[in-house]
Design a protein around this ligand. Structure first.
Ligand SMILES: Cc1ncc(COP(=O)(O)O)c(C=O)c1O
Length: 384
């Protein structure tokens, strides 16, 4: 089983130098006896997490303890102490739900873990309702089909399991995350010998804070995923993570991918939209080469209200060049994590007058209203 605990000594900022010494690597362990149960202690908390560490500062006397199942469980419990936000997990491997964060583990031989052969999705839990669960479920099943993963259950069963997991968690505000994997079985490349596909889900308690202050974005230098992969919400988010790290390094909120034809694509976990033509037209890049965002799609529908009120003249999905994007009256990021977030600067260029625009604000208001009191098609009640 994969332990969430950092068991091997690895360089950790703020720890004594002898624990971050470069001799602390797997090769240096190979000549060290492997039997002692001594030499471990639990560290102080690091960012709220307890890290399991060696108490012996000499790299030559490192002994990895051999643990009984009970000892492993004990250490997992200690390591997860204080992580009350992990409310419940479902795993088809055990076909059950646990509310103990220490038991929220995955098999290491799951192909999603060692080959990235898995897809995932989310849904926000808002005041006891799952927002756009059906739309996210449609997308994970589409992703699973593109990844050639035959889900372990039919759609209705998956939906019931997810709702029950949220119900057991008691969580009223937070997020539900779930994965479909080709499953555990071996460490080969082909999943042909897997024991069967797997479903995992976790409920994370979280208070939503809505950000309305405009942000800066930068053009991502990390290569964009080809459309065949960008349109699947697979667990292969290495480019996305690197793009986010690049943005962080540059003091920006996110990196924006531009496709090979010079058209605006998406951010690492969000779509983008622009307001052009004197603030009268909402335009969104086509979804052919990017992830079909549930928030972006819902925003397209909600934006029709702004057309009927005369705030907008039209809403279009079309190719947007970088040049047109940077000259737009407004730019915004759209996604479950950011909702509708105004962008006021892209690279060195200010967007519009460099301030948050009225259309982004109006769309955010519509989305928030939809999340709290939208129709049953977007709000699934959780029976607690
Ligand atoms: C690459 C990418 N694009 C866009 C989105 C936005 O999708 P959604 O609105 O469904 O959250 C996400 C969400 O995680 C994403 O990972």
């Amino acid at each position: 089983m994969i332990s969430p605990v950092v068991c091997f000594p690895k360089p950790v900022a703020g720890f004594p130098p002898e624990w971050t010494d470069s001799t602390w690597n797997l090769r240096s362990l190979s000549h060290v006896p492997y039997s002692s149960r001594n030499g471990f202690r639990f560290s102080r908390r690091t960012r709220g997490r307890r890290i399991l560490m060696c108490s012996d500062s000499s790299s030559h006397s490192w002994n990895v303890p051999v643990l009984s199942t009970n000892e492993v469980v004990e250490r997992l419990k200690l390591a997860r102490e204080g992580q009350e936000e992990f409310m419940a997990m479902y795993s088809s491997v055990v076909n059950g739900i646990t509310t103990d964060p220490a038991a929220m583990v995955l098999p290491l031989d799951d192909h999603m873990v060692h080959r990235g052969h898995g897809v995932f999705d989310t849904a926000m839990i808002i005041n006891g309702y799952l927002y756009e669960l059906d739309q996210h479920l449609d997308r994970i099943l589409r992703s699973a089909s593109m990844a050639k993963i035959q889900p372990p259950f039919d759609r209705e069963t998956i939906k019931k399991i997810l709702i029950q997991t949220v119900s057991v968690s008691g969580c009223k505000d937070g997020s539900l995350r779930y994965w479909l994997s080709s499953g555990p079985g071996d460490f080969l490349l082909s999943p042909s010998k897997c024991l069967g596909s797997a479903l995992y889900a976790i409920v994370i308690q979280k208070d939503f804070t809505v950000t309305t202050t405009g942000v800066k974005v930068v053009t991502s230098s990390v290569p964009i995923k080809p459309p065949e992969f960008a349109t699947v919400k697979s667990v292969n988010y290495l480019p996305n993570a690197l793009s986010q790290m690049e943005a962080d390094d540059k003091g920006a909120y996110a990196g924006i991918w531009v496709d090979n034809d010079g058209f605006v694509a998406e951010g690492p976990n969000m779509n983008v939209a622009f307001v052009v033509n004197g603030g009268k037209e909402l335009v969104m890049p086509r979804f052919d080469n990017v992830l079909s965002g549930c928030t972006a799609k819902r925003t397209l529908t909600l934006a029709e209200e702004l057309v009927s009120k005369g705030m907008l003249e039209s809403v279009k999905v079309m190719d947007v060049t970088v040049e047109d994007g940077k000259k737009a009256d407004e730019m915004m990021l759209l996604g479950s994590g950011v909702l509708v977030l105004p962008v006021v600067q892209w690279d060195e260029e200010f967007i519009g007058d460099g301030k948050e625009g009225p259309v982004a604000k109006a769309l955010l208001d519509l989305l928030l209203e939809d999340m709290s009191s939208g129709p049953p098609s977007v709000r699934v009640p959780v029976p607690y």
